[in-house]
Ligand binder design. Structure first.
Ligand SMILES: *Cc1c(COP(=O)(O)O)cnc(C)c1O
Length: 360
């Protein structure tokens, strides 16, 4: 086997080695079933045991209240930009979005195709390098307010739930779910694609307060109603069985580490180590406002695009891959999700320090 790299990709992202090894061990026969999870009927008792254990572990880790339903869907986080307004907005009702980056803009565009929507606040004036303040905003006219908890492309995050007084807050947690403790009960809906911090592509988790399941217009196509999937316990049609199984392995890995409190402490230590190095370097410059910096996606640059390019190359050669920044930000973006070990951060800093010595 060729040597494994440290993968700083924004998504799909690296998985914990222990999770991959376990999947490998169980690949040909899950338990004593004599078959791979990939080959199992989604109606079999073996599969159902996996399915409901994943839900149980997710509820436990995120401390999801009883009056919330967990859904395992497909269509990516992107389908939720349409599915949520389809289920929640009645004719004439309006949503609002806190526009903190590309994914918030996509949500805005998605909602616009289905109903009415306003920008509550935006940080586009400074290329989304900060998170706008919303405490003084009047949100009483809106059916729901959508925010992105971590801005994958720009490397910013909401340090806590936006301080707005609204009964229906929707959060896209695709790039930081399970990275820190969150208060689910302060939200109406939380959703996240699994491929960044929860597993592999093909699964989207939606956590929805039960009273919201009944808002949908009866004429909405059956498949697009949350209530359809809730009634069927996410087995209305063939579920993304292997992606759900992989998410289960990731959840067990987090539980073994000590749960979200321990995960959060590890993530803070990793982010602190990298940002502290960059801040002290006198060579690298981070692109996000200090108080809003993401613990998951670290965006920074050198003094020139040519140097940035050379640095990405040097990282590649050292087995630190996918460090190139998104084109609207430039520089580098190193994604350090749950699965990135501290050793990966240390290896990155070593290369950054060498590069600095060669080019300062
Ligand atoms: C990656 C990402 C998405 C898109 O996820 P898909 O599963 O590809 O649709 C949406 N929101 C955020 C915050 C993301 O990071």
């Amino acid at each position: 086997m060729s040597q494994r790299v440290y993968n700083f990709s924004a998504g799909p992202a690296m998985l914990p080695l222990a999770v991959l090894e376990r999947a490998q061990k169980e690949l040909l026969s899950h338990g004593d079933s004599g078959q791979s999870v990939m080959e199992m009927s989604h109606r079999s008792s073996e599969y159902e045991a996996i399915h409901f254990k994943v839900e149980k572990d997710l509820r436990e880790l995120l401390n999801i209240p009883e009056n919330y339903t967990v859904l395992f869907l497909q269509g990516g986080a992107s389908l939720q930009f349409h599915m949520i307004p389809l289920n929640i907005l009645k004719q004439g009702e309006k949503a609002a979005v806190i526009v903190t980056g590309n994914w918030a803009k996509k949500a805005l565009a998605g909602i616009k195709e289905v109903g009415l929507v306003d920008v509550l606040a935006s940080s586009e004036d400074k290329n989304f390098s900060y998170v706008p303040k919303v405490a003084d905003k009047d949100v009483s006219a809106y059916k729901y307010v959508h925010y992105v908890s971590n801005n994958t492309i720009y490397g910013t995050r909401e340090t806590s739930i936006p301080p707005i007084n609204h009964p229906l807050i929707v959060s896209d947690m695709s790039s930081d779910i399970l990275s820190r403790e969150i208060d689910v009960s302060k939200h109406g809906i939380i959703f996240a694609g699994a491929q960044k911090n929860m597993g592999i592509a093909g699964l989207t988790v939606v956590i929805i307060r039960n009273d919201l399941l009944d808002l949908v217009d009866p004429s909405t196509p059956e498949f697009l109603k949350f209530s359809t999937h809730a009634k069927a316990q996410s087995l209305f049609n063939t579920a993304p069985t292997y992606a759900i199984y992989m998410a289960g392995l990731v959840l067990e890995w987090i539980k073994d580490l000590g749960g979200l409190k321990a995960m959060e402490a590890l993530n803070k230590a990793k982010a602190d180590r990298l940002y502290n190095y960059l801040d002290a370097s006198n060579f690298y410059e981070t692109t996000a406002a200090k108080e809003d910096r993401s613990w998951m996606n670290v965006t920074f640059k050198t003094s020139s695009e040519d140097l940035d390019k050379a640095l990405v190359k040097k990282c590649d050669a050292a087995g630190l891959v996918n460090t190139k920044g998104y084109r609207t930000v430039g520089g580098l973006r190193c994604s350090i999700y749950n699965a990135m070990p501290m050793e990966g951060i240390e290896a990155l800093i070593e290369v950054l320090e060498q590069f600095k010595k060669e080019n300062a």
